[in-house]
Design a protein around this ligand. Structure first.
Ligand SMILES: Cc1cc2nc3c(=O)[nH]c(=O)nc-3n(C[C@H](O)[C@H](O)[C@H](O)COP(=O)(O)OP(=O)(O)OC[C@H]3O[C@@H](n4cnc5c(N)ncnc54)[C@H](O)[C@@H]3O)c2cc1C
Length: 274
């Protein structure tokens, strides 16, 4: 199928992008890896597409004080390869490498992935585990910050409003020294996840987070388990993990629960080897 006719704007600055996005039926396009098929299938029918992937403001990666800021239009491949002299947390490069195929990673952007909010996508789980914040700019040029935990409201639903653009993803630089485990189960390399387990512990920040992803909803946070694991430095048993999953995901099939349990226990084992 072909998209419905639309106007394509390629603004030269964020201010011009804001202007182009004032219409009710306009949509941002970054790498086009997800919105492209949606246009073709007519699942979205915008009258204006505003391309933002060439905007310099969204390409910058820098460290300011104790915050690492990654521009929303930075591609998965750039993160996989490493960015100039910026010391990226190793977890980011690992996660980027496991997304799709290199051709998709060359075009797909971190901001596009978070905005699209596919429950099985890698960045939504990884950035929730790392306690990332999103810098979001509205169509009037005002910026706000939203914690990643809470930004995704459900499958393909986020806190973004019409005209909003994700400008950057921010992380504490201390996350570069975090202990982490990230495990993705998928049927073949390059596919979306059937299950994701992500664990991040940063003792200096007294930070511990366990995330279960690809649940068909927003990433699930197991805060009690994370606190207990950080306090005792002991991995939860498989039964404890299963019990937590059953309590939080009562509708999940036994197969799905088994996949999630396996992904999470493998991620935990990377942080607390048995
Ligand atoms: C074959 C294939 C396999 C894939 N496998 C995986 C996988 O294993 N894991 C994984 O995580 N992903 C996977 N993806 C998705 C891929 O990571 C995409 O890059 C990502 O979903 C969207 O990024 P994009 O930059 O292409 O966004 P686009 O397709 O351009 O946009 C996606 C959505 O986000 C909005 N948007 C984009 N940028 C912004 C922004 N800065 N601010 C506000 N809204 C914005 C758009 O309006 C649109 O609604 C796969 C994609 C393909 C085609």
């Amino acid at each position: 199928m072909k998209p419905v006719p639309f106007t394509h704007e390629i603004p030269k600055s964020l201010q011009l992008a804001d202007k182009a996005l004032t219409g009710d039926n306009s949509k941002v396009m970054a790498g086009g890896q997800s919105i492209g098929p949606m246009l073709n299938l007519r699942l979205v029918r915008p009258t204006t597409i505003v391309s933002i992937d060439q905007l310099d403001e969204l390409q910058t990666v820098h460290i300011k004080g104790d915050v690492l800021s990654i521009g929303a239009a930075v591609t998965h491949a750039q993160i996989e390869d490493g960015i100039d002299d910026v010391d990226l947390p190793t977890m980011l490069r690992h996660v980027a490498r496991s997304i799709a195929y290199r051709a998709v990673r060359n075009k797909g952007t971190i901001g596009g992935s978070l905005a699209h909010a596919d429950p099985a996508a890698d960045w939504v789980s990884a950035m929730t585990a790392l306690g990332a914040q999103l810098v979001i700019r509205n169509a009037h040029g005002k910026s706000r910050r939203e914690p990643m935990a809470g930004f995704m409201r459900g499958a393909y639903r986020t806190a973004l409003q019409q005209g909003d653009i994700i400008v950057a993803v921010e992380l504490p630089t201390a996350m570069g020294k975090a202990l982490w485990g990230y495990e993705k189960i998928c049927r073949k390399v390059g596919e979306f996840a059937d299950a994701i387990g992500a664990v991040v512990i940063q003792p200096d920040l007294k930070y511990a987070r366990i995330v279960v992803g690809a649940t068909e909803d927003a990433p699930l946070l197991l805060d009690d388990m994370a606190r207990e694991m950080a306090r005792t430095a002991t991995a939860p048993s498989l039964d404890e993990i299963d019990g937590a999953l059953a309590a939080h995901l009562p509708g999940a099939s036994r197969v799905k629960r088994q996949l999630l349990k396996t992904a999470l226990s493998r991620a935990i084992a990377k942080v607390i080897p048995s």
